[in-house]
Design a protein around this ligand. Structure first.
Ligand code: ADP
Length: 259
């Protein structure tokens, strides 16, 4: 058994080795959580040791997306132990620390404290910690960038103007804190009608790519609005766990993020 000093050194080494990837959006409902789950599963399938922190206090959805609903994490040596999921991606969620209908009443400092417990949990040797951030620019986001220092941030937006304006605010927060923005992803871009086979753009087209170009940031791809993505998410089996054509954009995104 390692002594106390050794355990501390191990814990520090763990923290230094892993890279935190913050997945952020300006607005809720743009598909940030679905993307985080799929990205984590795709990274794991590519051989990365990855964990997921669900910091989205206003709508913690990772337990459902990753089939860990209703499971409470236990603590070991005062650190939370992440919950294993069927996708090989351990998970900790704000939703597992608090009754779902109470989460919304949390004060900023409480949420920031809970974030620390999730990020500094007993993750063991992992390469990447994907953090599903709450939408917007509040206390949790500030604590994340100032205290936990992500290696990079991924910004998710839909092509609509409103979502984009909010995304720019989120980008600003990371830039001011000196956290590199790895790139922008356009979600719900293009819809392939299962009935007529024609593609349409319910939320517009190309807005996120243009925003990335204007900001001089990489554009990491378009994720189509796809009923299979929604159904798979609801069933707790992100499409990235499979090999269908609907999984391909997520595997490409994982490859782009790993570079
Ligand atoms: P956020 O985390 O930004 O609030 P969610 O990931 O919860 O958003 O997604 C909102 C809803 O949109 C969910 O029902 C989800 O299944 C659905 N969704 C997200 N991305 C897609 C997509 N590319 N195609 C179809 N449905 C999607």
């Amino acid at each position: 058994h390692p002594g106390v000093a050794e355990v501390r050194i191990l814990a520090t080494a763990e923290r230094r080795d892993r890279r935190i990837l913050a997945v952020a959006s300006g607005k809720g409902g743009v598909g940030k959580s679905t993307l985080s789950a799929n990205l984590a599963v795709a990274l794991a399938r590519a051989g990365t040791r990855v964990g997921v922190v669900d910091a989205d206090i206003y709508g913690p959805s990772q337990p459902r997306l990753m089939q860990a609903e209703g499971v409470r994490p236990h603590a070991h040596d005062k650190r939370l132990v992440p919950i294993p999921t069927p996708h090989g991606v351990p998970l900790l969620s704000m939703g597992q620390l608090v009754e779902p209908d109470r989460a919304i009443a949390w004060r900023g400092p409480m949420a920031a404290g809970a974030l620390g417990q999730l990020v500094d949990a007993a993750w063991g040797p992992i390469d990447t910690l994907v953090v599903d951030m709450p939408p917007g620019t509040g206390d949790v986001q500030l604590t994340m960038v100032q205290k936990h220092r992500p290696a990079g941030a991924l910004i998710v937006s839909t092509p609509q103007d409103l979502a984009l304006i909010d995304a720019r605010r989120a980008m600003d927060l990371f830039e001011k804190a000196g956290v590199p923005i790895i790139g922008l992803v356009e979600n719900m871009a293009g819809y392939l009608c299962p009935h007529c086979g024609r593609e349409s753009d319910p939320f517009g087209h190309g807005g996120v790519e243009a925003a990335a170009a204007a900001a001089g940031l990489p554009f990491l791809g378009r994720l189509p609005l796809d009923r299979r993505v929604l159904d798979a998410a609801e069933a707790g089996r992100p499409v990235a766990a499979g090999d269908g054509p609907e999984a391909a954009p997520y595997h490409r995104l994982a490859a782009a993020v790993s570079q």
